[in-house]
Design a protein around this ligand. Sequence first.
Ligand SMILES: Cc1cc2nc3c(=O)[nH]c(=O)nc-3n(C[C@H](O)[C@H](O)[C@H](O)COP(=O)(O)OP(=O)(O)OC[C@H]3O[C@@H](n4cnc5c(N)ncnc54)[C@H](O)[C@@H]3O)c2cc1C
Length: 392
Amino acid sequence: MTAAMPRKLRVAVVGGGPGGLFFARLLARRAPWHEIAVFEQNHAGATYGFGVTLAGPAQDRLRTADPEAVDRLAAAMVFSDEQMINLDGERILLRYGAKSGAIARLELLQILEDLCREHGIVVAHERRITSPSDLLDFDLVVGADGANSVVRGLMAEQLGLRTRTLGNRFAWYGVAKALNPNGLSFKHQDGGRFIGHYYAYTDAMSTFVAECDEATWESTLAHLPDAERRKRIERIFEEELEGAPLVENKSVWRQFQALTTTRWHAGNAVLLGDALRVAHFSIGSGTRLAMDDALALCQALEACEDNVAAALERYVATRKPTRDLFTAATVRSFDWYEDIESAMRLGVVAFTRDFLTRTGRVDDNRLRDYVPDFYREHIAPLQGSLNREERP
Ligand SMILES: Cc1cc2nc3c(=O)[nH]c(=O)nc-3n(C[C@H](O)[C@H](O)[C@H](O)COP(=O)(O)OP(=O)(O)OC[C@H]3O[C@@H](n4cnc5c(N)ncnc54)[C@H](O)[C@@H]3O)c2cc1C
């Protein structure tokens, strides 16, 4: 008796971001007989944004699936467990119970691309997919093409696309300096409310995401050209930036589009990462969510012996419950930022507690492990009075 030949698939991965590359790598590692093509619109060495963070527990989970990949990524990260909360000059230094790693987005992509190449997958750069005719010859099409997914657009009707546009505006800048510790500053200035999210991702570079609410935008930045907006943010956050200028990389001020779909796949095409549900930067998890999706899809294919239709159903059944929890947490997080005016009326301790518990995933009891010093110094002794301090 001869053993059954493994099923051979022709797989198109649209998008060479963390989700698409990790999926291609995992699939090739498990089933080297598949033909896998990765299409990426950018040329090699180009991407948007600066550094991203990957929480420690997420790394541990991904490491069990692909220890080599996660170890190589971790070797290129800087780790921190600190974050300075600054509310109009009142500061609290948070020390988290677990460390997060930060890495340049470009370096992360290059490491994942190298890992793909080791399995014979060469990413086709400067290859933008624009129509269904680009994808006819494949048994499986993976839409890993990010927030503005073309694959999702091609199937929008079948997927039941829903969009919510947030009022807050943000821009993703960098700083040629390691800003230590990581921080989150909330400032009343120029008659508005401004937020700076920042963290070092090498010993010479930091990410700086600037944000303001809608009313602030209308009364200040909306009327300025891009270069003036950058200068205004440099002035407002001069202390945090230690006087350094902001660096741009497609750093356009925009509104976040919260996109969801009721279905995750149609025919032989399926979505993962930001193409599926865009992660908001305030939960700092979009990279690992995309990589977790990639892992779930790969595991579903394995469990279904590469039967595509069965695997796509299984992918949804196994991954959607976790994704739904994150989506709910994401909505609570960006809604908190959308109403930052109310939160900024609190004192710094109540404000920090409000911030830490905003997603509903962490309550006062979990703060004990999540931010032990803050819990011991501020929450345990004041819990009764904090409970009585209502938002105005
Ligand atoms: C301001 C900001 C800060 C963030 N900070 C963090 C953070 O600290 N930590 C974190 O985990 N996440 C962060 N994120 C989110 C994170 O960047 C995304 O969630 C993550 O990159 C999603 O990965 P992905 O692989 O799904 O998509 P992407 O990384 O967007 O990759 C999609 C790829 O597809 C390519 N592409 C698109 N269309 C086509 C096409 N038609 N044909 C071919 N190629 C195409 C794109 O060029 C891109 O390379 C942040 C996001 C923003 C906006």
